[in-house]
Each structure stands twice: as structure tokens, then as C-alpha cells.
Design a protein around this ligand. Structure first.
Ligand code: ADP
Ligand code: GN1
Ligand code: MG
Length: 371
């Protein structure tokens, strides 16, 4: 598919922004979609911004179904937030329709584009600079889980099949090693061995699900710190964004993916592994805040399995980065050679740290278990 820039003008013309567009620039640090910030200039009023995204054609094969999910979830969240006395326009995403009244625009090359109003006076962080910030994100993701508790899960499409099926992710890694399309497997013998040694781990949460020990809930499935907008004024988590993967899933995965990304002080692609370490204080702070946000409705087993959520999301993400490296970096956006392998290495370092501190992680779940 053509670079997003080649179809940008066409996409801009498909939406009525309510004022002339003065420019659109690449925006944000997402790894998957092509995101632009659109600046518009109404007459004698401040500039208004929008987020315009081309939905990744590599990740998402059925944009129609994906947008159906997003319309359903954003509308539902809007009602819940209004009912709770909140500000719907800032606390929930809103889809701007195309000039033809559709939820997204299909460009002449088949790319799918959608627009959200930009939620102003918010901050989007790439690292948890303070425990307070990380706690605020945990409350927000926990609250998101609580607000969607009664959402009709059966109406949601599976936007990426087997998204957090860690067993399947390992199978795909094995296939990539076998194919070794670019001859890169020799660069990553240690990483391949690390993943293979944890084959049994890949089944732990899925087995608990199959046995009925862990329930399916409506979950976000991509709970990175940069997928929550923080209110500039209060420092609290204001709006959960990046709703492409809202699907039935395990709550421990939503917990775990936040830990994976946020409970350390390094970028995901840090090359100096000596700097990469699980921060136990951040882990504890997030556990406390997430359980507070969820509002006490997790089962005993879910609370016990929280450390597994952290370990499996981190292991799985490392496996995915490694697979993408072996396959030629076709899924996660990269800006330099070897970046996906570096990303894999940070994830595996964090997994090792979790294994070292396993008993403490389990104790933290018990400490912050809510009555
Ligand atoms: P990706 O799936 O590629 O991660 P996201 O939907 O997370 O794409 O968007 C990328 C970035 O764009 C976010 O991390 C955030 O900085 C910004 N962003 C997305 N939606 C909004 C919004 N409605 N208001 C303000 N910023 C937004
Ligand atoms: C992607 O889209 P973004 O950048 O928020 C990916 C996540 C990974 C993450 C790793 C749809 O998240 O699953 O955990 O990168 N999203 C998708 O940073 O694959
Ligand atoms: Mg994102």
C-alpha cells in the first residue's frame, strides 16, 4: 500500500472539519497506525485540531468491523460518563463522520481513514516519570475496565484474531525462525533460546481460561501509558484512546501490558540493557491504582494471576518484536535497523527481572487486594 502521505490530501477532503484546514503533520509515537494532527482555523476563533489516522492495513484486515466496535464502545462510554456527571467530550473519544456520513473514508488505494476531535489540554507520556503519573494511568485503565463491565461482549468483532494468544504467538515465531526469510536468525540465537525455554509459560493464562478459572471480559488489550491522555490541569487520567483492540480478553492482560511498558525507566527500544530494569515501586503503585480503578470486582483468581499478566504480556510482546525482526519489520513501525530486535531484548530483560522477583510480585497482589 502507498505511503500514507500520498493519500493524505484525498483523506482530508473526505471530512468536514467545520473550518479550513491549514495543515496536517505526522503525530505521536504509535507503532501501528499512521497518525496525523490536523490543524484548522475557524473565523475569529482559536485553531481547532483533529486526529486523522490511516488504520494500519497490516494489523487490521476489516476496518468496517473495527469501526463498528469503536462506534459502539465510544457511544456506550459517552452515556456512562454523562450519567456519572463527567464531560463526555473530553473523557471519551468521538468519531467525526465523513462528508458522506460514514465512520471512515476509504481512499483510492483501499486505505481506511478516520478522524477524532483532538482532546486538548492533555498530556501523552512515553515514560512514567513519577509514581503519581503511573498511578493515575492505572486508575484510568481500571476505570475503563469498570465502565465496560456490562458492555454486550457478543457484539464486538475480533479485530485481530488471536491477538493475545501467546501460544499462537510462539507458533508464529517458530515459523519465522524456520523461514528465516532475511537470514537474521543467526543474529538472535540467545533471544530465540530465551523464548523457547518459556514455551510452557505461554500456556498458563490460556489454560486457566480454558479451565474456567479466568473469565473473559471486555478489555482494551493495548494499555500502554501512551494510550491514555492525562489531564494537564489535574494530572489524572482523562481519556483512554487507541480503542482498535477493544475485544473480549483477560483483565490480567490489561494490567500486564501497562506494567510491561511503564514499570521501568527506559524506552522500549533502549540499547543499553544495563539500564533496563523492572521498578518494583512502580509495579506496586500500579497494582494498587488499577485495583482501585476497577472497583473491587475482580475474582480471587484474577488478582492471583496479575503477575502472570505482567510476565506474559512482556514475553509475548518480546516474541512479537522478534518475529517481526525475523520477517523484515513489516508490522511495527521502525526508524532504524535492528530496532525490533532491541525492543525484543528490553522485553526479555524485563521478563527475567519478573522471574527474579516473582515471590514479591505475588505478595504485592495480596497487599493491594481490595476488600
Ligand atoms: P497507534 O495505534 O498507532 O498507537 P493511537 O491511536 O494510539 O495510534 O494514536 C497515536 C498517538 O496520537 C497517541 O499516542 C496520542 O499521542 C495521539 N492521539 C490519538 N488520539 C488522540 C486524541 N483524540 N486527542 C489527542 N491526542 C490523540
Ligand atoms: C502496538 O499501536 P500501539 O503503538 O499503541 C501494538 C501493541 C504492542 C505495542 C508495543 C494493534 O501498540 O500490541 O504491545 O505496539 N498494537 C497493535 O509497543 O498491535
Ligand atoms: Mg497507541
Amino acid at each position: 500500500m502507498a505511503a500514507a502521505e500520498e493519500r493524505l490530501q484525498e483523506a482530508l477532503e473526505a471530512f468536514d472539519f467545520g473550518a479550513p484546514v491549514v495543515g496536517a503533520l505526522r503525530y505521536g509515537k504509535g507503532h501501528v497506525n499512521d497518525t496525523f494532527c490536523v490543524h484548522t482555523q475557524p473565523d475569529e476563533a482559536p485553531c481547532r485540531r483533529f486526529i486523522l489516522q490511516r488504520i494500519s492495513p497490516v494489523a487490521f484486515k476489516k476496518p468496517e468491523e473495527l469501526m463498528e466496535n469503536i462506534l459502539g464502545v465510544t457511544e456506550y462510554l459517552g452515556h456512562q460518563i454523562t450519567a456519572a456527571g463527567g464531560d463526555r467530550s473530553r473523557e471519551a473519544m468521538e468519531v467525526l463522520r465523513t462528508r458522506e456520513g460514514k465512520a471512515y473514508y476509504t481512499d483510492s488505494g483501499g486505505g481506511a481513514w478516520r478522524v477524532y476531535p483532538f482532546i486538548e489540554h492533555t498530556l501523552c507520556h512515553q515514560t512514567a516519570e513519577t509514581p503519581e503519573l503511573f498511578a493515575a494511568s492505572g486508575r484510568a485503565f481500571g476505570r475503563f475496565q469498570r465502565l465496560l463491565r456490562d458492555y454486550p461482549a457478543e457484539t464486538l468483532h475480533e479485530t485481530i484474531p488471536r491477538f493475545h494468544d501467546t501460544e499462537d504467538r510462539l507458533t508464529k515465531l517458530k515459523a519465522a525462525i524456520e523461514a528465516d526469510a532475511l537470514g537474521r536468525a543467526e543474529d538472535c540465537g540467545a533471544e530465540i533460546a530465551f523464548a523457547m525455554a518459556r514455551e510452557a509459560d505461554c500456556s498458563v493464562a490460556l489454560q486457566a481460561l480454558r479451565e474456567g478459572a479466568l473469565p473473559l471480559r471486555v478489555t482494551h488489550n493495548d494499555t500502554k501509558l501512551n494510550n491514555v491522555l492525562m489531564d494537564e490541569a489535574t494530572g489524572e487520567g482523562l481519556c483512554i484512546i487507541d480503542l482498535d483492540t477493544v475485544m473480549p480478553g483477560l483483565v490480567i492482560n490489561d494490567f500486564g501490558d501497562s506494567i510491561r511498558f511503564g514499570a521501568n525507566h527506559c524506552a522500549e527500544d533502549e540499547r543499553d540493557l544495563g539500564k533496563v530494569a523492572l521498578d518494583m515501586e512502580l509495579y506496586a503503585v500500579y497494582t494498587d491504582a488499577f485495583l482501585e480503578g476497577v472497583g473491587g470486582a475482580l475474582t480471587d483468581a484474577e488478582i492471583r494471576f496479575l503477575p502472570w499478566g505482567a510476565k506474559l504480556m512482556t514475553l509475548e510482546c518480546g516474541i512479537r518484536f522478534l518475529t517481526d525482526y525475523l520477517e523484515g519489520d513489516t508490522y511495527f513501525r521502525t526508524s532504524r535497523p535492528g530496532q525490533n530486535l532491541d525492543r525484543c531484548r528490553t522485553q526479555f530483560k524485563l521478563v527475567s527481572d519478573m522471574e527474579t522477583h516473582w515471590a514479591e510480585l505475588e505478595a504485592i497482589s495480596e497487599t493491594y487486594r481490595k476488600p
